[in-house]
Design a protein. Structure first.
Length: 222
């Protein structure tokens, strides 16, 4: 229910500060800008919405950084359109695209990738050229409660559910086209590794919980 600031002034010490309290089941955070102000987007499972916390040194030290509602009515759903009426179902991990002023959200209970375009003030669902939604539940093993994560690297999104990792880009190889003309690929080698390393379909022992990218080495960690 709280958000913390880890100030790293040097390699010998870590300062932890509570910067905002009374959030409802916060899950994902992403640094970005909202209405031209820098801060942190926070997704909420409990309220199926996204809030924005304005951050600066003064409010962080005082522990009272202001937060405001961004989108998500609080009712679970998958309504696209105006930012004020859009609905989500357990929004999870997010990534903010500063060059496009767009927040991309993994919508956990729906199993889709959603995006909030602050230029048009509209929410959409990532789709292929045929109009099909980009699904994150394509595993051979059905999982009704997957962990989802998303990262950007160059012109690709790397997205995980509990059983798979995908890369997604536009049909022309750009991020800009990925929202309405997405090309989605699954890393089948990962599935083969799971099956060869104590992966039991009946008990589902191995789950993917998060991913990270080292852009300096072009390395994806799972």
């Amino acid at each position: 229910r709280e958000l913390y600031d880890l100030n790293l002034p040097d390699k010998q010490s870590v300062n932890v500060t509570t910067i905002v309290r009374n959030l409802n089941t916060p899950v994902g955070i992403a640094c970005g800008k909202f209405k031209g102000v820098e801060g942190i987007f926070v997704s909420s499972f409990g309220q199926s919405n996204i809030r924005f916390v304005t951050t600066n040194r003064a409010c962080e030290q005082a522990g009272n950084c202001p937060s405001q509602w961004v989108t998500g009515t609080g009712t679970s759903g998958i309504t696209d359109g105006d930012i004020n009426v859009a609905t989500f179902a357990d929004p999870s991990r997010m990534v903010y695209l500063e060059d496009l002023n767009t927040l991309v959200v993994t919508d956990r209970a729906n199993g889709y990738v959603r995006y909030v375009d602050f230029n048009t003030q509209r929410v959409g669902t990532m789709k292929t050229a045929s109009g099909a939604r980009v699904s994150l539940l394509g595993s051979a093993v059905s999982d009704s409660n997957p962990e989802l994560d998303i990262k950007r690297h160059g012109n690709y999104f790397y997205i995980s559910d509990s059983q798979n990792v995908y890369n997604v880009t536009g049909d022309d190889g750009t991020i800009e086209r990925s929202f309405n003309y997405a090309v989605q690929r699954r890393y089948t080698a990962l599935k083969k590794w799971q099956q060869a390393n104590d992966y039991d379909i009946s008990t589902r022992k191995i789950f993917i919980s998060s991913i990270s990218i080292d852009s300096r080495r072009d390395m994806l960690y799972v």
